[in-house]
Design a protein. Structure first.
Length: 103
């Protein structure tokens, strides 16, 4: 399994709108893609901003390419989301899951 990790920051008043964008626009697209396993949004208050971390899980790197294209190391950030973010990483990181513990 591959985990794709991306980080961004938003003003506290914009974080709920970013979360709503992710849930209403991005998650439905992800669910329709072959090899998509799941995704999470994590938030942390950091001074006057919210740090956002989005992780998505994929069966293979080929499945990631199905979402992000051949330049899969680049972040996929829609214009509507960019307006809500103070800053965001232009690149993403990919990790292979090598051990896992479930309840």
């Amino acid at each position: 399994m591959i985990v794709r990790v991306w980080k961004a920051r938003a003003k506290a008043e914009n974080a709920p709108a970013y979360r709503a964008h992710l849930e209403s626009h991005v998650f439905p697209i992800l669910r329709s893609l072959a090899g998509f396993v799941g995704a999470d949004l994590m938030e942390r208050v950091d001074d006057d901003e919210i740090e956002l971390i989005v992780t998505s899980r994929w069966e293979t790197l080929s499945a990631v390419r199905g979402f992000a294209g051949d330049t899969y190391e680049n972040a996929v950030v829609a214009p509507a989301a960019r307006k809500l973010l103070s800053s965001y990483d232009e690149d993403v990181s990919h990790y292979e899951v090598t051990a896992e513990c479930k309840s």
